[in-house]
Design a protein around this ligand. Structure first.
Ligand SMILES: Cc1cc2nc3c(=O)[nH]c(=O)nc-3n(C[C@H](O)[C@H](O)[C@H](O)COP(=O)(O)O)c2cc1C
Length: 187
């Protein structure tokens, strides 16, 4: 596939079939991480691939609650009760790549988002659909979230920066939503 076809063709997909994404496929897609530009070539992004349904659901639901509150100006953490009954920001993805970056590194977020885009394009080339789900505060800041992060082996000084959901598109592939940027200014 031509790079421009991947860039133009990729869409955010939020409805997936029940078909799992094979581990070998995820490994193939993630080969691109070794080629991502990253600040100072410090390679500080930590990657966790989640396929455990319970873990995926918990983080997706916590994310949904946290971003919902954040949009209303509420920055306190949601209760476990609210998380339990929430919809998941990951929808019915079959796998989620969670990209963590160090708290005190200015380019943590930039590094992770650049990597997320490359992962999305590499996945598209393999017919695996994705959606980049941006982090606002910290979806793993709850008591249970902190436990999960510990179980993943990601140190406390790292925070999630972005998630990439993965799966096979269910139904019609989304159409290109038109952009409405201002005209480019050439000086
Ligand atoms: C920084 C960033 C954060 C995003 N966060 C979310 C999100 O939380 N939930 C979601 O469903 N999509 C999210 N998206 C996907 C965008 O909604 C999507 O890229 C946009 O609507 C354009 O559609 P396209 O990706 O199909 O071209 C995010 C994308 C970016 C780049």
């Amino acid at each position: 596939m031509e790079l421009s076809d991947a860039i133009r063709g990729r869409r955010s997909v939020r409805r997936f079939t029940d078909m799992p994404v094979a581990k070998e496929m995820i490994e193939k897609i993630l080969e691109v991480v070794d080629y991502c530009p990253n600040a100072g070539n410090r390679n500080s992004t930590r990657i966790v691939v989640i396929t455990d349904r319970a873990v995926m659901d918990y983080i997706g639901k916590a994310h949904m609650q946290i971003i919902g509150n954040f949009n209303k100006g509420i920055t306190t953490l949601p209760s476990e009760e609210d998380i339990a009954v929430s919809a998941s920001a990951f929808h019915n993805a079959q796998a989620v790549a969670a990209l963590f970056g160090p708290k005190n590194f200015y380019f943590s977020s930039a590094d992770a988002y650049i990597m997320a885009q490359n992962i999305s394009l590499a996945a598209f080339e393999q017919n695996v659909s994705t959606c980049i789900v941006g982090e606002v505060l910290n979806s793993l800041a709850t008591g249970k979230g902190r436990e999960l992060q510990k179980e993943m082996g990601i140190p406390e000084e790292f925070v999630p920066q972005v998630f990439i959901t993965m799966g096979y598109c269910d139904g019609e592939y989304p159409k290109h939503p038109k952009r409405h940027y201002h005209d480019v200014i050439y000086v």
